[in-house]
Design a protein around this ligand. Sequence first.
Ligand SMILES: [Zn+2]
Length: 311
Amino acid sequence: MRALVRETAPLLAEDLIMPYFVVETREKGFMREIPSMPGQFQLGLDALEKRVDSTPGLTTVLLFGLPADKDEKASGAYAEDGIIQQAVRRLKALRPDLLVITDVCLCEYMSHGHCGILTPEGIVLNDATLPLIAQTALSHARAGADMVAPSDMMDGRIAAIRASLDANAFTQTPILSYAVKYASAFYGPFREAAESAPACGDRKSYQMDPGNAREALIEARADIAEGADALIVKPGGPYADVLCRVRRIVDVPLCAYQVSGEYAMLRAAGLKGWIDERAVMLESLLCLKRAGADMIITYYAEELLREKLTR
Ligand SMILES: [Zn+2]
């Protein structure tokens, strides 16, 4: 009876997107645990292949790159043989059915760690950054990415990426936009994982104020108007109200990102024995679905699939 009247379906394997941090290294089998995210790793290419291969039911991954070198033009972001481009080719060769989404941003490739080009005074140049973002997305599509996910938050990036993909015969490659991305302290562990903390300043000039919810609706509508095919709300749990509000006004698929800080809190409390981690984790993901998420990016995806906790 309970199942009959249940409003929100339990988690499905295909709801889940597993994020991976891929490191450009010559070291064979490279795998380094992220101290603030126990159970999560920075992976070399061969270790990445191994993990994907050993996770039955894994349908979708989201790749973040850690290049060997950084510079002030983020060259590694759009290099033909960049770390993401290599990872996409390898994963698509290994598992052609795997849906590979790539994070499109410049911060991990910039020596200063910001998401765009900086003036000597440290100001991010929105319009000058757009061609590099578009070039990065195009190079990912060329490598075989099924979907690109721009996370930079520059104004006009969706239109720039769409134009560049369309002009190069990638009209079918969808854009999953980080439309609603807050300047959140919940990203702390991610910056350690992706080694992408800004060397100076912060990202508050281009990410959203946690106190604002209506602004999220403006961002969501703007990204759809520019050609986004699906939207991300980030972080997930603490912003479930925003997710719910966005759900009411858009018809495209919505994705919640249960971010590094959310994972770190659940994991830490779980390791301490203070909560039933598995139960709380499943509940936290169900709540995101209830709030309106069609898909969820979560660091728990691998574990859920390995332990057959999805339908
Ligand atoms: Zn960035």
